[in-house]
Design a protein around this ligand. Structure first.
Ligand code: IPE
Ligand code: IPE
Ligand code: MG
Length: 244
């Protein structure tokens, strides 16, 4: 694999997270409906998952749908939900064969009415791959970083009310353990495509010391070479974590 030879493995991020942005603009540039861009985005995602697995990334988180994306037109939301079902129908067997363990970051059961089939497909994917020991694939769906932190606070408050912990015992580690990413390697690298310089409610807790890599490339055009460039950029970073 070309990518494998050029990457310095010792400097490979353990956990990569991607804001897959720019599908709509990609389609618009081609005079096509936004949905066309989302379809192309799924193809891009397939290759990036494959490459993550090949180079030995431990965990890959992809932002598929935010808690704010429900604001979009019924038509677009419907198309995205359709693609989600199609994705698992097409890919689940192969992901499972590749030993990929699927996690969903976000509130599956809080998805709106009419998405019951999607919710069921998500639970099925988690269940089918739960004992797999390969790449951890986190799909952030109906996900908001603020909502994740609120959920963690609420879980700890409930434990305190039940008398299982005292408020002064609440630490960073206890909060960490309530995040969707509990038990996974820290997020090392956050990639955002389409050039937007914002976090858009993604991994607010986990991004504390993550390295950022932003490219103008629109998500459907983000290919193996683009990914290799992001990983190379990461390998060249000097991470200090507040030290010198
Ligand atoms: C990212 O692409 C995919 C989702 C948010 C689901 P967009 O749909 O946000 O595309 P742009 O940013 O409008 O080009
Ligand atoms: C972030 O992109 C969400 C996903 C990629 C799923 P958005 O397109 O929703 O973010 P904004 O609106 O540009 O901040
Ligand atoms: Mg966008």
């Amino acid at each position: 694999m070309a990518g494998q030879n050029v990457l310095k493995l010792e400097k490979l991020p353990g956990h990569v997270a991607i804001i897959m942005d720019g599908n709509g603009r990609w389609a618009k540039k081609r005079g096509m409906p936004r949905t066309f861009g989302h379809k192309a985005g799924v193809e891009a995602l397939r290759e990036i998952i494959k490459m993550s697995d090949e180079v030995g990334i431990r965990a890959l988180t992809v932002y598929a749908f935010s808690t704010e994306n429900w604001k979009r037109s019924t038509e677009e939301v419907g198309a995205l939900m359709g693609l989600l079902l199609e994705y698992f129908r097409r890919e689940l067997e192969e992901l499972n064969r590749k030993n990929v363990c699927i996690h969903i970051l976000g509130d599956i059961d809080g998805m709106p009415k009419g998405t019951e089939r999607q919710q069921e497909a998500l639970h099925r994917a988690i269940d089918k791959t739960k004992n797999n020991t390969g790449l951890i694939l986190n799909i952030a769906l109906n996900y908001g970083g603020q909502q994740e932190i609120v959920r963690a606070a609420r879980n700890l408050a409930e434990k305190a009310v039940r008398g299982e912990i005292r408020p002064e015992e609440i630490t960073r580690e206890l909060m960490q353990a309530e995040m969707y990413t509990a038990g996974e390697p820290e997020v090392d690298l956050i990639i955002r495509t389409s050039g937007e310089l914002r976090i858009s409610n993604f991994l607010l807790w986990q991004c504390a010391y993550a390295e950022f890599y932003i490219t103008d490339t629109l998500w459907p055009d983000f290919d193996r070479e683009q990914y290799r460039m992001a990983l190379e950029a990461y390998a060249g970073r000097n991470r200090r974590f507040g030290g010198v």
